[in-house]
Write a protein that binds this ligand. Structure first.
Ligand SMILES: Cc1cc2nc3c(=O)[nH]c(=O)nc-3n(C[C@H](O)[C@H](O)[C@H](O)COP(=O)(O)O)c2cc1C
Length: 176
């Protein structure tokens, strides 16, 4: 059975991006789903000096191995000041030093979410422009706005938004 990873781009305990990634992951049929919490892979703040002195953190190499073993990714980004959260960017920087082709050309759904009306569109645009340079095979993307109104009891409640997500999941399943 194929295995997919879901990942929210934030280390907050009640992360909306993590909830979104896990919800979308639960819609994919016929796969094993591994929900990854960034808090389980906490890494020291990246610096070239730290890397030269101590090498890669164990959590970074462990996460890279999980990524290598997976067949696809559902990533939902959080937006902090128009960009990646510090926790996600730190993870990204470490992973890029271990293996430039982080995402191994495996299918990815790339989402973003925020409580506001743009749904994290700025960070999504940043990632859409950058991830392909790290071997991301992005088969679909979507910003999810007004998260608190559109997501209740672990599910997307807005019918049109959910239809869009189901279409993305269909594309993702076909690409796996
Ligand atoms: C430091 C900080 C900066 C933020 N900047 C933005 C922003 O630029 N755009 C936005 O839509 N929301 C912004 N927010 C609100 C986040 O979208 C909101 O906190 C969201 O819950 C973050 O995702 P998470 O729950 O997965 O951590 C910011 C929140 C914090 C704490």
């Amino acid at each position: 059975m194929k295995k997919i990873i879901t990942l929210g781009g934030s280390n907050s305990k009640n992360s909306i991006s993590k909830a979104l990634a896990e919800y979308v992951g639960s819609l994919v049929s016929g796969v094993e789903v591994q929900n990854i919490d960034l808090n389980d892979y906490e890494m020291p703040l990246f610096s070239v000096d730290r890397e030269a002195e101590s090498g890669f953190p164990k959590t970074a190499t462990a996460l890279d191995k999980e990524i290598e073993k997976a067949d696809g990714f559902i990533i939902a980004l959080a937006e902090h000041n128009g960009a990646y959260s510090a926790a996600f960017k730190n993870m990204f920087d470490w992973l890029s030093r271990i293996e430039g082709n982080i995402w191994r050309e495996k299918p990815m759904l790339l989402l973003s979410s925020s409580p506001g009306g743009r749904g994290g569109q700025s960070v999504l645009e940043i990632a859409l422009a950058r991830f392909p340079r790290h071997a991301a095979n992005i088969v679909g993307s979507l910003p999810v706005p007004f998260f608190d109104a559109n997501f209740q009891n672990g599910k997307i409640t807005n019918k049109e938004l959910n239809e869009e997500i189901l279409t993305l999941v269909d594309q993702f399943e076909k690409a796996l």
